[in-house]
Design a protein around this ligand. Structure first.
Ligand SMILES: [Zn+2]
Length: 278
């Protein structure tokens, strides 16, 4: 992707964060920190986007349509390629693809009161799609941290973005890192959780803490890290009420990696499904 366009995105959102602690993520706020020319440039290079009106049902329909055009091996390659290159924008396509594949197209289905504004299937809140949707903060987190996504708006962005990025192929070095990750997970202490695992992989994957969290959350979503009651998305879409939280305060780990412990090891079947025998 165009380096200048990426830089425009990163500096714009960062400026907004620095200036407006509470509302930096709103379109109206961050657009104050970018010139018209720069926005046009970033948009031309598929790094920044206009806002769009998209209904809940249309989000589902577009996700299914986009994911139908993606080959599984290409998103696996993108993920593995990101390990040594630290091109973080390639990382979340794998988990987003997995969620998109398992998603069933559905109409907005209100949760029981008092949460009738939240879809009981996907968890989207009406406030997320009743106004025009912006995608630039999502892309910011892709480039900055390689975040793992599970909201359908983020999934939509990822599966539609995938075909716009150059196709990449992992190297031997990437596979070496992948296998080291596997070994580190398998040699965890039984009571270890994601916080210990993050530390233990820090020498293998050049990364900061946020990147390590995203990486492990992606392994959760695709079914590799889980406990014996909370699973990832490859076998079936995990509906909103099933994405349970642990009964502790401030668990900042996404579902289902937050439930993983060393004693559950690695899901060999799912590892093979995604990464074969590499
Ligand atoms: Zn829904």
């Amino acid at each position: 992707m165009d380096k200048k366009a990426i830089q425009i995105l990163l500096t714009t959102i960062k400026a907004s964060q620095d200036e407006s602690l509470e509302d930096w993520f709103y379109w109206e706020t961050y657009m104050q920190y970018i010139s018209e020319d720069d926005f046009a440039y970033a948009r031309k290079h598929s790094v920044m986007y206009d806002q769009e009106e998209i209904s809940h049902d249309e989000i589902c329909r577009r996700i299914k349509s986009a994911v139908a055009g993606i080959e599984k091996q290409k998103v696996v390659d993108a993920f593995v390629y990101s390990l040594s290159t630290r091109q973080l924008e390639y990382r979340s396509f794998l988990s987003s693809y997995c969620i998109a594949e398992s998603l069933e197209e559905h109409s907005f289905t209100p949760s029981p009161e008092p949460n009738e504004d939240i879809c009981a299937i996907c968890g989207l809140h009406t406030s997320e799609f009743e106004d025009p949707i912006e995608f630039n903060t999502i892309n910011y987190f892709k480039y900055k941290d390689g975040c793992c996504f599970d909201s359908l708006i983020q999934i939509l962005f990822d599966v539609e973005q995938f075909s716009k990025l150059p196709v990449v192929k992992p190297t031997e070095n990437d596979y070496r890192i992948l296998n080291e990750l596997k070994e580190i997970i398998e040699t965890s202490e039984p009571s270890d959780r994601i916080s210990q695992l993050k530390k233990r992989i820090s020498k293998t994957v050049q990364s900061n803490d946020e990147e390590r969290l995203g990486l492990l959350e992606i392994l959760g979503v695709i079914g590799i890290l889980h406990d014996d009651a909370h699973f990832g998305y490859p076998d079936q879409y995990i509906t909103y009420p099933k994405r349970e939280h642990r009964p502790i305060r401030n668990d900042d780990v996404g579902y289902p990696a937050r439930w993983w412990q060393g004693k559950f090891g690695i899901d060999d079947q799912k590892w093979k499904y995604w990464f074969g025998n590499n």
